[in-house]
Design a protein around this ligand. Sequence first.
Ligand code: ZN
Length: 174
Amino acid sequence: MTSLQQPHRRYVDAVLFAMQKHHHQTRADGSPYIAHPLRVAESLRTIGGVQDHDVLIAALLHDLIEDTDCEYETLARRFGERVADLVSALSGDTRLPKRERRREANERIRHAGVEAKAIKLADRLDNLTDMNGFSETKRAGYVQHSREVLEACRGANQALEAALEAAIRALAPA
Ligand code: ZN
């Protein structure tokens, strides 16, 4: 049996690979970056009810193309094309200026499949609960961006949409 046929081994491989690639990165509050993709995969599974291993693995790897030197081909070779395609759908074009990148990313996710949208919802949910040390302006920007993501991902995963909606409401009561 190759590792591709053993879901749990693949999952652990993805955790280790993401750890290695995010090794020198930290979250805004100084904690190791890997905590973020681990929580995103956990939210997908426990809140979103997602059991598809490719989707959970893509969640672990979702920031690799955008934030590290890891390329599509490497992910496709190690974890399969479906995983690499999901990560690619979640990766912003870093050559674009920030504002333009956000618009482009929103448009891209709007046209993505439900699996990529579910990962995006879990990603935003985690980012919203991980804003320690952010200024008021940055927080407000994050909340607004999350509203845009929620609208772009409607219909992908009801439980994750409800969780994100509640998190937005808690931060910015209407
Ligand atoms: Zn992320």
